[in-house]
Design a protein around this ligand. Structure first.
Ligand SMILES: C[S@@+](CC[C@H](N)C(=O)[O-])C[C@H]1O[C@@H](n2cnc3c(N)ncnc32)[C@H](O)[C@@H]1O
Length: 296
């Protein structure tokens, strides 16, 4: 089983400032990497509420955090309902919220989940395996123009038209059912020279499908909008994003709250990983952290 090393951990702890007795929400608990370090600092008397829409991640987090019994609660829901989740738990305002967006390395490296270009699996890509929409359905059912639009808008892929055309061509012969089959179609669609880039040529197409399967951007926008309602005065929020579409939402949300006098932005520019972390953890390469403090 792959492990998941939390990104920008030192920086998250600095901005969230977890201290004994405080209440913190980890809205994307994943494998519990950030949560474990936060929980250590919340003792005694503090509480952590961990949310994830992936029940397998919650199981892993539960195992990792069992030492902190009674100091944490896990919630199997989409964070887009963050305000309702806190109301239902009977918790008032909290001292901090962490969003560490996207998927974990465990999800990424488990071929069977269908997120990975390298590890072959079914074209799935669902974070919540109870939902019915999968990447396979999108790849085989969307029209050529819908596919092209999706790969352009959510993948920021220059060759979206060629990829969409080739997907539609390939699926006429046989349904595209695995990550490997999709990767092959994408690679056939790109100009030869591009195949030796730093990122795999199919990365952007996979990103687009994953974002759409999980309606990721809509969820982030909704959750960030609700965040000031559940934060105490002087409460802190940290948002880690991994691609420009996520970061744009975080940046604009914080900008809006700043303009309304609700938040003070603590990170003039997004914080990125230091050299030492970059060499240890390749996942940190594209991570950007933005933090803010509630003023009222
Ligand atoms: C990058 S991982 C978090 C890793 C975690 N910080 C750690 O240190 O182990 C992101 C997690 O957020 C979850 N996730 C993504 N979007 C979500 C959403 N809208 N609602 C709830 N969980 C979500 C994913 O299932 C994944 O487990």
């Amino acid at each position: 089983m792959a492990s998941h090393e939390p990104v920008l951990l030192e920086e998250v702890l600095y901005f969230l400032d977890p201290l004994p007795g405080k209440v913190i929400i980890d809205a994307t608990i994943g494998a519990g990497g950030h949560a474990e370090e936060i929980l250590k600092r919340l003792q005694p008397g503090g509480k952590l509420i961990g949310i994830d829409r992936d029940s397998e991640s919650l199981r892993i987090a539960h195992e990792r955090l069992k030492f902190f019994e009674n100091s944490f609660m896990l919630v199997s829901k989409n964070f887009r309902f963050i305000k309702d989740i806190i109301i239902e738990l009977g918790i008032g305002e909290v001292d901090g919220i962490l969003f560490d967006m996207g998927i974990s390395s465990i999800q990424m490296e488990t071929g069977e989940r269908g997120f990975s270009i390298k590890n072959i699996g079914p074209l799935d890509m669902r974070m919540d395996r109870n939902q019915s929409l999968t990447a396979k359905e999108l790849v085989n059912k969307l029209s050529e123009s819908e596919l092209s639009g999706l790969i352009k808008s959510c993948g920021e892929e220059r060759f979206h038209k060629r990829i969409a055309r080739n997907i539609v061509f390939a699926r006429k012969r046989k349904e595209i059912a695995t990550t490997q089959e999709l990767t092959e179609v994408v690679c056939r669609s790109l100009p030869h020279g591009l195949k030796r880039q730093r990122i795999h040529p199919a990365t952007r197409t996979f990103q687009a499908l994953r974002i759409r399967v999980n309606d990721e951007l809509g969820g982030i926008e909704e959750a960030l909008r609700q965040s000031p309602d559940i934060l105490k005065k002087n409460g802190r929020m940290c948002v880690i994003s991994f691609h420009s579409l996520e970061d744009r939402i975080a940046k604009n949300s914080l900008k809006d709250f700043k303009a309304k006098g609700i938040f003070k932005v603590l990170t003039k520019k997004p914080v990125t990983a230091k050299e030492e972390e970059l060499s240890r953890n390749p996942r940190s390469r594209s991570a950007k952290l933005r933090a803010a403090e509630k003023l009222i």
